[in-house]
Structure formats: C-alpha cells, structure tokens
Design a protein around this ligand. Sequence first.
Ligand SMILES: Nc1ncnc2c1ncn2[C@@H]1O[C@H](COP(=O)(O)OP(=O)(O)OP(=O)(O)O)[C@@H](O)[C@H]1O
Ligand SMILES: C[C@H](N)[C@H](N)CCCCCC(=O)O
Ligand SMILES: [Mg+2]
Length: 201
Amino acid sequence: MITSKQFFVSAIGTDSGKTLISAILARHLNADYWKPIQAGDPRDSEEVARLTGNTLTIHPERYHLKLPASPHLAAKEEGITISLNDFELPSTGNLIVEGAGGLMVPLNDDDLVIDLPLKWNMPIILVCNIYLGSINHSLLSIEYLKNRNANVAGIIFNGPETRSTESIIEQKCPWPVLLRVRKIDNLSGQSIEHYASQVKF
Ligand SMILES: Nc1ncnc2c1ncn2[C@@H]1O[C@H](COP(=O)(O)OP(=O)(O)OP(=O)(O)O)[C@@H](O)[C@H]1O
Ligand SMILES: C[C@H](N)[C@H](N)CCCCCC(=O)O
Ligand SMILES: [Mg+2]
C-alpha cells in the first residue's frame, strides 16, 4: 500500500517564509499545493507556481479574500463567515497545505488556523523564522502545539544562521528540525531545488 505524505505548513507568525518553504516541500515530495484561505494579493499559489516552474498541481483557494488581514476580519469585510465545514481536502496523493499567518490566527469568532490540520489529523510543520524575538514566538508556538496535542512532523528554521537561537529552540522542542533555510538572494527554481534536496524526511 502506498501512503501519501500530506503536511500542513504553519509558522510562528505571518511573513515567516511559509510560501517559500511550501514550495520547497512540494518540490521535495512532488506534491500538490493548496492554500485554503488567501487574504490579499499577490496569491501565494502564484508564487508557488512560479518557484516550482508550473510543474505541480495547485488547487484553487476555497477563499480568496480582498483584505490583506487576518481571515476573520477579511471575511467580515465581505459579509462572509468562514466555517471549518467549508473546507474539503483535495482528493489527491502527496499534498502541502499552507495556512495563513500563525497557528492562532482566527478564521471566525471561534475557530483558529490550527483547527484545520487538527480537523484533518494532518501533521503540522512549524516554520520558525529567525529574528530578535523569535525565540519567544517559537517557544510559545511549540507550547501551544503541545497544548492542543497536535500531530507535528517537525520544525524548519528560516533566516540567518544563528546557532544560539536555534539551539535553545531545539533544546525545548520535542520534534526534529527538518530543514534550515538561509537568506536566498535571488529566489528562483534553482534555490528551491537546492533546499528540496536537503529536507530530512
Ligand atoms: N529565506 C529567505 N530568503 C529570501 N527571502 C525570503 C526568505 N524567506 C522569506 N522570504 C521573503 O519574505 C517574504 C515573506 O515570506 P512569505 O511570503 O513566504 O511568508 P508567509 O509566511 O508565506 O506569509 P503569509 O502568512 O502571508 O502566507 C516574501 O517576500 C519571501 O520571498
Ligand atoms: C495578510 C497576511 N499576508 C496573511 N495572509 C494573514 C496574516 C494574519 C495575521 C494576523 C495576526 O497574527 O495579527
Ligand atoms: Mg504565504
């Protein structure tokens, strides 16, 4: 029996590199890509298509909201209430699903981004980008994943090599580091290939 590999990519915050890392993971697994909720433009789906040379299947967003904001707010602006029941996982093999912002970003008054992978029992990959303040944001996210008893495949560091930051997060994190992505000067298919060959699973 062939088992598919499906992961939900979340992060310690927005603008953390989830889209870039989703492209790397999708390339590594030859997986489809799906961004269920896009708030604002440009669309992450277009960036993943560009970075992977239009070779992968990209599933259409369930919501493409105009306002570049938290989904609960962007939806409210358009008179929409997002419900967890609105989302149906694409029926496919390997799949990378990208969240919006971080784990606790609200979809509506009750549900959060993390409720999507929990509903699907989909392993989460947490992107920890590196900046002053990211130790706290990473450890809070890790504690919250534990608190929600989430199925977590591992974490990925994104940013300048900072051993002191990475080692304290690794010490306190029960899941493995799957990849370390450094600043890429010209974001291209080639850089995606380079990192895709380094993913540890
Ligand atoms: N390692 C890196 N090297 C160069 N640029 C990067 C790197 N990581 C992220 N970026 C750039 O930083 C910006 C934010 O990254 P990205 O769009 O992937 O964040 P995100 O987590 O997907 O945000 P969102 O929550 O909106 O989906 C983008 O312009 C991206 O190309
Ligand atoms: C618009 C942005 N690029 C993301 N798609 C949504 C980020 C929501 C962040 C909400 C928050 O944590 O304050
Ligand atoms: Mg993104």
